[in-house]
Design a protein around this ligand. Sequence first.
Ligand code: NAD
Ligand code: LMR
Length: 338
Amino acid sequence: QPSSPQMEESSVLRRADCRAKGGSPGFKVAILGAAGGIGQPLAMLMKMNPLVSVLHLYDVVNSPGVTADLSHMDTGAVVRGFLGQPQLEGALTGMDLVIIPAGVPRKPGMTRDDLFNINAGIVKTLCEGVAKCCPNAIVNLISNPVNSTVPIAAEVFRKAGTYDPKRLLGVTTLDVVRANTFVAEVLGLDPREVNVPVVGGHAGVTILPLLSQVKPPCSFTPEETDYLTNRIQNGGTEVVEAKAGTGSATLSMAYAAVKFADACLRGLRGDAGIVECAFVASQVTELPFFATKVRLGRSGAEEVFQLGPLNEYERAGLEKAKKELAESIQKGIVFINK
Ligand code: NAD
Ligand code: LMR
């Protein structure tokens, strides 16, 4: 038998009290698109995150089943399910962090931009809900095309009068995760020891790995640089083709999303020195949005870092990236203001 709302509420309060005594805060997190390919493993990993006290799972289908299933896990977070537009308000009210993987994925032969027509409207509706119900929440936007959906979200928040650029983050962590993996393979290192900054955006040539800034310091031949840059830029397509029409990256994406969400929560908790790459409002280039390293803190992306020194190969890549990014950003802004 599912527990009653009263039992559940008193359990949440008891656990909050317990945590207060232990000095460890718990955050309220919502996942929008929680029954999807990314949403389900993401929800499971967030249910296992000790920083999460309440986990709201929203989708337009199947969220009750996913919620019932996850609610039996003996971890701290209380899980609640929300189904369909009439329950969006309940899903969002009081949330500290909203993670959005709602929307359709690519099939072979498609670009991420081909998803715009469907996903732009989904992101707009969900962000209108965020503006209304939890305007101070941090938003982690995963739905593609990220290069356009982040500008869409920003315009929705701006129109609602709730826009704080620090709190809107496009999730590009999967590009960093892939870059770390592929670079580690070439160097013969453990990927956990490797850190590759990936800047620009999240599609094709806009994904710009800065191989000259890899930690630990190392160097690559021109052939290795070409191989790594192409593989990192086309990592998503590699998975889309391997899945042969059944979707795009879901498991590695859920892993990446949790890595990023956990960094956001640690920032919210006040931990120092939390730095991740993300696609954010930016003055690093002439474009209004750009992915770089950001420092995460109590109010979100508190500091946006400069690109650092680039080599000639990266400077050429940057020019290509900016050209495509400018169009994708503009497309998002026009969608809301048309
Ligand atoms: P999926 O189709 O498996 O799941 C999407 C879920 O969104 C479904 O459960 C669906 O019911 C739900 N949904 C649709 N409309 C909704 C709405 N209005 N409100 C709430 N939920 C809604 O797709 P997936 O594989 O989970 O991918 C989701 C999105 O994430 C795609 O756009 C994909 O391109 C993107 N993605 C981004 C990255 C990244 O690095 N940022 C990586 C992988 C995938
Ligand atoms: C990815 O990078 O895996 C995602 O953006 C999904 C896709 O369409 O490639």
